[in-house]
Design a protein around this ligand. Structure first.
Ligand code: HEM
Ligand SMILES: *[C@@H]1O[C@H](CO)[C@@H](O)[C@H](O)[C@H]1NC(C)=O
Ligand SMILES: *[C@@H]1O[C@H](CO)[C@@H](O)[C@H](O)[C@H]1NC(C)=O
Length: 533
């Protein structure tokens, strides 16, 4: 029955396509990349689309071009200056998001869309405003206690989990007999760090991710990673080839995933409510409580959507970028960069290790560390195609008109590697963010595009920066990050290292580093203090 329906609709569609009725119309004046009937360019961009687009852009010497992915047409923008002009100077005309079939209609049916995937509408504006006021620079600086505690917790568990790191740095004897069993994959530690931080900020709950709540935390991480895949422009054929939606079983798996998500989202909310009911004078500094006390304009579904955004938004981007930075530092060029970072951190804290450790959470005053994080964001570009936009008005740009309702794709990876803006773009060089005195440059039209730009720029950028800053400082203060003894050194090119080349974000193949505790005056004291907590 289903099969018959699928066949008939496929045939009908072929016919419509042949008659030229179904193909999305070409936008006049913009280069159109040749493709195939019906599917358009879909088959050409199934693997590492950002890289394919970048190559097309070079080959045709065109920054803007259009592609057809099945029933959808989109404009891809590759050069920095064009991205900047369209996303900043036309920020209101580019303020919406496309609605994808699998992601929006099936996966998001119960908890609502995240803020980032809601099309432009009054409800979006309200949610974004609420979130932005709780995640702006000042609000994030008030969360420094959270980062302090969470980074301590992460590094303490990292040491406890890896036997060769146990013991104060000065007892370094048997550390000389390392082999590859001592190499460490840091990714899971960073994921749990991001998860615990957001859950605490949102609900005021501490998850015991390394012990009691281990399976619960892993569940959230696994399910959210799968949901992220449903957002990708190319991994959901049913988004583009409409008859596929009628095949039996196509929506089964997304529905199952949705059920798993409902379970933990409700569990988190219930745990928070139970805690409040139990405690006599609960401290209500978490996001949900703050919103509830101030703002009654939000509906229940909108509040759910904000919670979902908080739990899911930074869950892979922040840890992936952190892990990439550690991978970069583990290469030979990273040794000098770590030494410089360590020396700068010590210099601004009067050469006292404990002060440097504490300052890492309360201030972001070491420009070299900020530059390292910026460079990791730029060089890796974790979301290589950013998140797509939809135009809400016609845009006239360089004598072409991009009509309202067009999907616009920022090739963030390509623009972050545009030679006109970033000299030697493939070199990992934090100095590009600093002037000759080592102070941060404030060149806003040369900023990386990894958080996007304009009205729908990432709302979590200050939060993500603060988390990565503190974690980077403390990793460098505590350890020397070295190449693994075994073969699992990080592959530098993110495209070659991509395990899921059809995904939304880069999903690197697992790699490892070797950590060597730093022996420095005060390092034993720091060790004992940290492990005693
Ligand atoms: C390294 C970490 C992160 C990266 C690279 C990143 C990147 C991005 C990008 C590229 C966008 C789309 C921007 C655009 O269309 O111009 C976005 C949107 C968003 N991000 Fe992030 N993000 C990160 C962490 C976070 C965190 C920790 C949160 C915490 C809540 C967050 C919340 C959001 C929200 C709410 C949006 C939607 C904004 C809108 O559509 O108006 N992000 N992010
Ligand atoms: C984190 O560790 C440092 C050094 O051991 C300590 O001074 C600080 O109080 C700790 N922070 C928290 C929140 O436990
Ligand atoms: C690595 O060292 C550990 C302890 O020093 C030892 O138990 C293990 O067998 C060694 N593994 C290899 C592959 O040599």
């Amino acid at each position: 029955m289903y099969y018959l329906f699928a066949r008939v609709s496929a045939l009908l569609w072929l016919l419509l396509d042949w008659l030229g009725l179904y193909n999305p119309p070409k936008i006049p004046g913009i280069l159109s990349i040749p493709g195939y009937p019906i599917v358009g360019n879909l088959l050409q961009v199934l693997s590492n689309p950002a890289e394919v687009y970048m190559k097309w852009s070079d080959k045709h010497e065109a920054s803007l071009f259009q592609v057809q992915l099945g029933a959808q047409r989109m404009v891809v923008v590759n050069k920095y200056q064009d991205v900047y002009n369209l996303w900043v100077k036309h920020s209101f005309a580019t303020a919406s998001r496309p609605v994808l079939y699998t992601f929006h209609d099936i996966v998001s049916a119960t908890q609502g869309f995240t803020v980032g995937s809601t099309p432009f509408c009054p409800s979006y504006v309200l949610k974004k405003k609420t979130l932005a006021s709780n995640l702006n620079k000042k609000a994030v600086s008030e969360l420094s206690g959270v980062f302090d505690k969470e980074v301590n917790y992460t590094i303490r568990n990292l040491i406890l989990d890896n036997r060769e790191l146990l013991g104060p740095p000065s007892c370094n004897i048997y550390r000389n007999f390392r082999n590859e069993s001592c190499d460490i994959d840091l990714y899971r530690y960073f994921q749990l760090f991001a998860l615990r931080s957001s859950v605490y900020i949102t609900y005021g709950l501490h998850l015991d991710c390394y012990r009691r709540d281990g399976p619960f935390c892993q569940d959230i991480i696994d399910i959210e990673a799968q949901i992220m895949r449903y957002r990708s422009t190319t991994s959901n054929l049913a988004d583009y080839i409409i008859p596929l939606r009628y095949l039996p079983g196509v929506s089964k798996y997304p529905e199952y995933i949705r059920g798993r998500r409902d379970f933990y989202m409700e569990d988190l909310m219930d745990s928070m409510k139970r805690r409040y009911a139990r405690e006599e004078h609960p401290i209500k500094t978490n996001l949900v409580a703050k919103i509830a006390s101030k703002n009654c304009l939000l509906t229940d579904l909108e509040l759910k959507s904000i919670c979902l955004t908080m739990v899911s938004a930074g869950l892979d981007n922040t840890p992936l970028t952190m892990n990439y930075l550690m991978g970069q530092l583990s290469h030979p060029h990273g040794e000098k960069q770590q030494e410089r970072a360590f020396n700068e951190l010590m210099r601004i804290s009067g050469n006292r290790l404990i002060s440097a450790w504490e300052a890492a959470a309360t201030e972001q005053n070491c420009d070299y560390i900020t530059a390292l994080v910026y460079e990791a964001l730029r060089s890796f570009s974790v979301l290589p195609l950013g998140l797509p936009r939809v135009t809400t008005k016609d845009i006239t740009y360089k004598d072409v008109t991009i009509p309202a309702g067009t999907t616009l794709v920022m090739n963030a990876y390509a623009a972050n590697h545009d030679e006109n803006v970033f000299e030697n773009p493939y070199q990992f060089n934090p100095n590009r963010w600093l002037d000759t005195n080592g102070n941060l440059l404030h060149n806003l039209n040369k900023f990386h595009l990894t958080f996007g730009l304009g009205t729908r720029m990432c709302s979590g950028n200050h939060l993500a920066m603060a988390e990565m800053y503190t974690l980077t400082c403390r990793m460098i203060l505590m350890f020397k990050i070295k190449a693994p003894t075994g073969p699992l050194l990080m592959v530098l090119d993110p495209f070659r290292n991509n395990r899921n080349s059809g995904g939304t974000s880069f999903e690197p193949k697992p790699f490892k580093v070797r950590l060597e505790p730093r022996v420095w005056s005060g390092s034993d004291t720091l060790y004992y203090r940290l492990m005693r907590q």
